[in-house]
Every structure is written in C-alpha cells, then in structure tokens.
Design a binder for this molecule. Sequence first.
Ligand SMILES: NC(=O)c1ccc[n+]([C@@H]2O[C@H](COP(=O)([O-])OP(=O)(O)OC[C@H]3O[C@@H](n4cnc5c(N)ncnc54)[C@H](O)[C@@H]3O)[C@@H](O)[C@H]2O)c1
Length: 366
Amino acid sequence: MPVRIAIVGTGNIARTHARAVAGIPSATLAGAMDVDSSRLDPFCEEYGVAEGCRDLGDLLSRARPDLVHICTPPATHYAAALECLNAGASVLVEKPPVISLRELDGLAAAQGPSRPGGTREPPWFATVFQHRFGSGQRRLKAVADSGALGRPLVAVCHTTWFRDQAYFDVPWRGGWDNEGGGPTMGHGIHQMDMLADVLGDWTEVSALARTSARVMATEDLSLAHVSFANGAVASVVNSVLSPREETYLRFDYEYATVEVTHLYGYADADWRITPAKGHSGEVQAAWDDAEYGTKSGHAAQFAHVLDALRDGRQPPVAPGEARRTMSLVAGIYASAFTRRPVTPDDLAPGTPFYGAMNGGKTAPWQ
Ligand SMILES: NC(=O)c1ccc[n+]([C@@H]2O[C@H](COP(=O)([O-])OP(=O)(O)OC[C@H]3O[C@@H](n4cnc5c(N)ncnc54)[C@H](O)[C@@H]3O)[C@@H](O)[C@H]2O)c1
C-alpha cells in the first residue's frame, strides 16, 4: 500500500512538496488543506488531489493520511502538528519546525510511546532540513566519522543572501511572534543545521545581531562564534543584506579542508576537498569511496522519510536532531539580546529564551 500523504498549506513551498511526492512511487497525495480557497483549489486541480479541505479535522478524517506535510507559516506549525499527532498521523513540518524550544519539546512529547532500545512507536514528528540529504553532506559525515579527516578544528558557516523590504512586508515574516526571528531563524537555519549535523552538540555561543537596512522587528543580520563539544569552533554569518548571494560552509580538519559553495541547493560539483600535506593519498581515497549522485533538496529527504516509514522507523529529521539546530538559533538570539556568551544551560525549561526566541523582550539593537 502506498504511504498516504496530505499537505497542509498550499502556498509556495507546498508545490515543491507536491512535485517531489509525485515522483515517489511508494507515496500518494491523498489530500490537501488551506484556509484560503484561492490557494487550495488551483493546487488540488494542478496536482490531482481528491480531498481538498478548509479544515484540518476534515482533512484528517477524509484523507486518512499516514503522514502530513505542514507547509504553513511558522507560527501555525505547532497547533497543526499537535492536531495531526493527536489524531495518530505522523508529521513532516517545514523549517523552522516551530518558533520556540518549548513548542518543539511539546511536539516531541506528543509522538507515540517509546519502545525499548530508544526508538518509539508512530506517530512521529520530523522536520524538513533538506540539505542534510545531498550526497556531499552525507559523504562529509561518513568520511569524517571514519576518522580519515582527523579532528575537526575550525568551521565557517556563511549564509549571505539578499531579501528586499517587500519580502519582509508579507504579514507572516520578520517578527518574533509570526516567524520566530529574522534570517537567523528563517534562512541561516539551513546552513547551521548542516554545521550541527557534522559537528554535533554546541557548548557556547557569543553573538551579535543588528537591523541595519530592513524595517522589521527582528534582525536582518547576525554573527556568531560557536564552540562545539568535540573541540571545534565555528564562525557563523546570517545575512539577508548581501547583494552577491552565496552559501558557504568550510570545515578544516587536521588532514583536510572540506568546502561547499552554492546558493539554495548543492550538487556534488559544489563540494571540494583539499588534503593537508602528506595526507592526500588516504584522504582522497576515502572521499572517492563515499556516496555520490544526489543533489540536496526535498526529493532527497523525502526518499529517506519514505524508506523509514516503510521500515517502521522514525523518519528524519527527528526532534532531537532538529532541537540541536533550534537550540543553536535560540543561543544566538539569547547571546545577542543579553550581550554575553550563552551555554545550553541558559536555555533550560523555564528560562526566557526557552519560551520565545526573543525571550519575550524587544530587541536591544532596535
Ligand atoms: N525548506 C525550504 O527551503 C523552504 C523554502 C521556503 C519556505 N519554507 C517554509 O515553508 C513554510 C511556508 O512558506 P511558503 O513560502 O510556502 O509560504 P506561503 O505564504 O507561500 O504559503 C503558506 C500557505 O499556508 C496557508 N495557511 C496559513 N495559515 C494556515 C493555517 N492555519 N492552516 C492552513 N493553511 C494555512 C496560506 O493560506 C498559504 O497558502 C514556512 O515555514 C517557510 O519557512 C521552507
């Protein structure tokens, strides 16, 4: 039986989802829902969706989805995901998964019961972080995990993109209550997710943020220095003020530098590896022997999600992994607001930046 998928929110990114689902033989698009029928009706017609609904409860009872893709604005993710999980449907939510660590922990807890061995029963909650699934990122992780690159020492994570004022004048963007932040939460989160996917848990962050050119309640740029538990340190830039747009990540290991330069998605050709003197033989052999051939993107992630569902496993990206990235975003904001270094303990349940990315305050740089 194909996996029954429903899409909630039929705007821009939902079309990427619908096209990718159409390309997966083991899945069927069983229904769609939007509060705006001028979005919903043409979407259902274009993608041949039988059940088009204006209400989430109707969608869940009529389409009976195994998996619901939530493609609505960020502040609506929590309530929609909770309703799906409570109805027994697994959820794959667009980034940012929710707008606070408290909401993320709430959804993790609303999943099915845990099984012995650390796994759990459906329904599951997963986040779209599609750049984990291109072969370049998977190759870097596999080769790093094999030990062939030595210890990670220094990393660079630059999201230097451009968004004009009109982009932020859309009602759901550029605020703490609607989007949960600016480009740190909305754009750089993709690259910080790649960084955390490779380097693991962070231990301290020092950051600053500014609103230098756009009129918005959050930031239009942030910069951070991040320490990781494995000893590596990273420099992070999140900007939407950069006319020559580029996405750049660089990982300097003991035995090689690995870099990727792209914009909104990478292919194998966007990655390069430079072995250190005396290490080119082993490093190049390990790099050549790893995975190739998959561009980063939704289709790449959905293939892994569908494989997991077919095997009865938690689909990626699981809440614990998404939490590491979200907590780094929260740490950057907490440091920029308080003008001091922040550790994960500063974001514990009950603290201000656990409950909201701005800690319930007006940004001091405004
Ligand atoms: N992974 C990526 O690369 C990527 C790219 C773009 C956007 N996104 C994310 O996707 C999400 C949606 O972004 P978008 O650009 O498609 O937005 P959009 O404004 O184009 O579409 C959102 C849709 O949701 C509908 N909607 C609003 N509230 C709703 C509700 N409560 N229930 C049902 N429908 C509702 C709107 O009517 C609209 O049709 C955001 O979280 C955004 O950050 C991710």
